[in-house]
Design a protein around this ligand. Structure first.
Ligand SMILES: *Cc1c(COP(=O)(O)O)cnc(C)c1O
Length: 378
């Protein structure tokens, strides 16, 4: 008998087991090598990975650390950001961007995002850089697309303000032909499992073209010491595990293929989805989009999400509450209405499955159910 309650297909938001199945034979030997060596902290494997990522991002230096959150923290520490310093970012990002600022006693100053791109509005950012005493800027390349960086960089550099790119979701993404993380003073990356290049746990990394900043980051991640047991500054303990570096070196070889598959999936959605939802738009400066997420904007989000769920399709809301309205940041004094674009998109955005191993039929299934929900003729 046909069971009406059981969907004919399941399409999770992300299926890491499918990816693992495709590289399993390459992974076990490198894990075995690390375990056999019993060398778990820094050393050759980490250095080799750092060099490969620096090349991949077209940067001179890369410094591995324990997470993307720590990469942001280390970057701000490298520029001596501290109590009372004001750091410009947007309220429409993952929590860690702003938490890194407040953890150092610094003050987040928010600007709104662009409605089409979910990214920092460059005009508003420039106005604040020109008028407020800002000590650093953190543009976030959200969902795999780059911020329109040039106006922000020009305004910041005129005033000697470092631009720290939060490229956690955008490894390999390109702005006017330049790779995310290579454009500002420091690029911060995350290898959280759901990112395009995901570790088997937490891991992160900073990129830079500045030799002295690279040196400072390397010291800060080992308690602020260059020579063991001698400390010039107080750093933190935040290293990239050798096991993670070994896994990430294997995965880096596949990254371009995976990001291309995500692009292909995005193209299929674009072909299939009717005008009932707003698709992510790519700006002309975006010369390569890596689609860490495929985020649509829609009416009736809760209803659509429930309907897709009932039909076996996983979705997620990035992000349901902008950071200026989070209870922990109430002391900053922002209120509802301060960042209308962020507040609107927090109510309308929905991430659809986009991971590389999806079959075209999976995407057709998702698109079909979206059309059915909105009553579009099919
Ligand atoms: C994932 C992410 C981070 C934090 O990275 P973790 O590795 O999870 O600490 C920071 N910023 C953005 C935009 C992210 O997506």
């Amino acid at each position: 008998m046909h069971d009406d309650s059981k969907p004919s297909r399941t399409v999770p938001l992300l299926d890491l087991r499918a990816q693992f199945a495709s590289i399993e034979a390459e992974i076990w030997p490198v894990i075995q090598d690390v375990v056999t060596s019993q060398k778990f902290i820094l050393g050759e494997e980490v250095t080799a990975f750092e060099k490969q990522v620096a090349d991949y991002c077209r940067c001179k230096y890369a410094i591995g650390c324990a997470s993307g959150s720590d990469a942001l923290l280390l970057a701000l520490m490298a520029y001596d950001i501290g109590p009372g310093d004001r750091v410009l970012t947007t309220p429409y990002t993952f929590f860690a961007t702003t938490a890194a600022i407040t953890r150092l006693g610094a003050i987040p100053v928010f600007v709104d995002i662009e409605p089409d791109h979910f990214n920092m509005d460059p005009d508003q950012a420039v106005t604040i850089i020109e008028t407020a005493r800002i000590k650093a800027v953190i543009p976030v390349h959200l969902f795999g697309a780059c911020v329109d960086l040039d106006p922000i960089l020009t305004a910041a550099r005129e005033r000697g303000i470092p631009v720290i790119e939060d490229a956690a979701q955008s490894i390999g993404s390109e702005y006017k032909g330049r790779r995310a993380g290579s454009i500002g003073e420091i690029g911060c990356f995350s290898f959280f499992p759901s990112k395009n290049l995901g570790a088997f746990g937490d891991a992160g990394l900073c990129t830079t073209n500045d030799a002295s900043i690279a040196d400072r980051l390397r010291s800060l991640r080992v308690h602020g010491s260059r020579v063991k047991y001698y400390h010039e500054v107080v750093g933190i303990n935040s290293r990239l595990d050798v096991l993670q570096a070994a896994v990430l070196r294997v995965k880096l070889r596949h990254l371009d293929k995976w990001s291309a598959a995500r692009q292909r999936n995005a193209d299929i959605y674009r072909e299939l989805l009717s005008s009932s939802v707003m698709l992510p738009r790519a700006a002309s400066y975006q010369t390569r989009h890596i689609y860490n997420q495929f985020v649509i904007q829609c009416q009736h989000r809760t209803g659509l999400r429930d309907y897709l769920q009932q039909n076996g399709v996983g979705t997620e809301i990035y992000y349901p509450l902008p950071l200026h309205l989070q209870p922990c940041f109430a002391y900053l004094g922002y209120k509802t209405g301060d960042f209308p674009v962020s507040e609107k998109l927090a109510k309308t955005s929905l991430a659809l499955p986009i991971y590389p191993e999806l079959e075209p039929a999976d995407i057709e299934y998702v698109a079909h159910h979206i059309d059915v929900f909105f009553g579009a003729p099919s």
